[in-house]
Ligand binder design. Structure first.
Ligand SMILES: Cc1cc2nc3c(=O)[nH]c(=O)nc-3n(C[C@H](O)[C@H](O)[C@H](O)COP(=O)(O)OP(=O)(O)OC[C@H]3O[C@@H](n4cnc5c(N)ncnc54)[C@H](O)[C@@H]3O)c2cc1C
Length: 439
């Protein structure tokens, strides 16, 4: 929808092709099975969405999204830290279910007269010009069995799985893009509880993070609309969370701290327990392809699926929509045609993906069972990350910088500025002394 919103400023007619029946309100739907699990919207994604949908933050809040100041209201329990300092880092976080976010975004789009959505319509195949240089349309199957060929000047593949793009490349005998794959073996279990009449005063959100391999269990409890806590348990490999209630509670009890367990053990559960398996993060490097057809833009998960525990996917997709807007605007101003748009877009996607990919893949390798392409200087990055966290614990300015990078509102390079590196290295040296600090 963010990509469709961008196209609406530059094209006469936008058609969104959606295989699901879209609910009128904030209800889950089968095409996005992950939507019943906690979906954190990072500040970078929130800002990108707000600039595409002015007034989004107010609409979200009015619809019941919970607005938390980062990180005064959050209890962050990193390995080695029972509780990270609660400081006002100057930006809010919106907590809501993914279906609520989707429905609010859909309502914003509904006001765009030249955008229509074909529901219960499955995109089956992308069609291309005879010479295979240009994508010309989409062959779609409607729920009544009829087939429609929709012609278009530009097609955005936001299908999540990217199969349409990969099938087209295969049909055109274009080699598939190189992939970086990191196997993380994640399992999720999620449910919701009514927030009790007297919830703990010290926090509104809690994240208890794993300390692999000793403890592979993580969990996040966040307030969402309808005075509910959404609780997602996450575990890796042999520690995947279960589906039945007793085992769910036992998993929560075995987290590194009892904060979440204590909060939910007397609370009333108000949703089923649902599971989701996520095997591997995968980055398709379309940007390195020697040949790519014009008229086609892969976006979002079609390009890169991140380990969901870091909450990055929606924000990256929203930032990519933003990038698309910038390129369309520049093409309009320069009067250039659209044939070079896909390559220009794909060439710039690493500038959006690199930082969240690195931010997630490096800590993933703390678990010895993580498999795949290791980032360069993994050992050094892990040591740097641990020392940076220690420094952030001690110093509010560094804490803010660390969170701004995590929330995709500051470049990762900011943490490599010489003054910061010197301080991080001093902490790292201190940690090697006999009285060394926690990780
Ligand atoms: C368990 C889990 C938890 C997550 N938590 C977070 C989080 O906390 N924060 C975050 O930012 N991200 C999170 N993510 C990632 C996030 O869900 C994705 O990155 C994001 O939804 C990607 O958007 P997308 O548009 O690329 O694909 P999707 O959101 O998957 O949307 C694809 C759409 O295309 C439709 N579709 C697919 N194929 C067809 C077809 N052939 N024809 C017609 N329609 C089709 C689907 O019905 C769907 O509407 C999580 C992911 C998982 C798995």
């Amino acid at each position: 929808m963010p990509a469709a919103r961008v196209l609406a400023d530059y094209f006469d007619r936008i058609v969104v092709i959606e295989s699901d029946t879209l609910p009128g309100g904030a209800s889950p739907r089968p095409g996005v099975p992950q939507s019943q699990h906690l979906h954190v919207l990072l500040a970078g994604g929130q800002r990108a969405l707000s600039s595409l949908f002015p007034g989004l933050e107010q609409t979200l809040a009015a619809a019941g999204a919970q607005v938390l100041q980062v990180s005064t209201a959050s209890e962050w329990q990193y390995p080695g830290y029972e509780s990270f300092p609660k400081r006002d880092l100057g930006f809010p976080a919106f907590c809501m279910t993914r279906p609520l976010l989707e429905s609010v975004v859909r309502n914003h789009c509904a006001a765009i007269a030249h955008m229509t959505t074909r529901q219960r319509c499955r995109a089956q195949r992308l069609t291309a010009s005879e010479d295979g240089e240009r994508v010309t349309g989409v062959a779609c199957l409607h729920s009544d069995g009829s087939v429609e060929n929709i012609q278009a000047d530009l097609i955005v593949d936001a299908s999540g799985n990217g199969q349409l793009t990969l099938n087209l490349l295969a049909a055109l005998a274009i080699p598939a893009p190189r992939e970086t794959v990191v196997s993380v073996g994640m399992g999720y279990s999620t449910t919701m509880f009514e927030i009790p009449a007297n919830p703990p005063a010290e926090w509104r959100m809690v994240a208890t993070l794993a300390d692999p391999p000793a403890n592979r269990r993580s969990a996040v409890l966040a307030p969402v609309e309808g005075r509910r806590w959404m609780v997602t348990l996450a575990g890796r490999h042999d520690s995947k969370p279960p589906e039945d209630e007793a085992a769910f509670m036992e998993f929560a009890r075995q987290l590194r701290t009892r904060t979440i367990y204590n909060a939910i053990r007397e609370a009333k559960r108000c949703a089923p327990i649902l599971r989701y398996g996520f095997k591997a993060s995968r980055w398709r490097h379309f940007e390195t392809m020697e040949r790519f057809p014009s008229g086609l833009i892969p976006i979002g998960d079609t390009i890169c699926r991140f380990n969901p525990i870091y909450g990055q996917g929606m924000s990256v997709a929203a930032k990519e929509a933003h990038l698309l807007r910038g390129l369309l605007q520049s093409a309009l101003e320069k009067g250039t045609n659209l044939s070079s748009l896909p390559c220009a877009f794909l060439a710039q996607t690493p500038s959006i993906i690199d930082a969240p990919w690195t931010t997630s893949v490096i800590p993933d390798f703390l678990d010895p069972l993580t498999a795949g392409e290791r980032p360069p200087d993994l050992e050094g990055s892990l040591i740097f990350g641990a020392a940076l966290r220690r420094l952030a614990y001690e110093d509010g300015d560094i804490h803010r910088l660390m969170l701004e990078v995590q929330h995709l509102i500051a470049p990762r390079s900011i943490l490599r500025e010489p003054a910061i590196v010197a301080r991080v290295m001093a902490v790292s040296a201190r940690a090697k002394e006999p009285s060394g600090c926690q990780r």
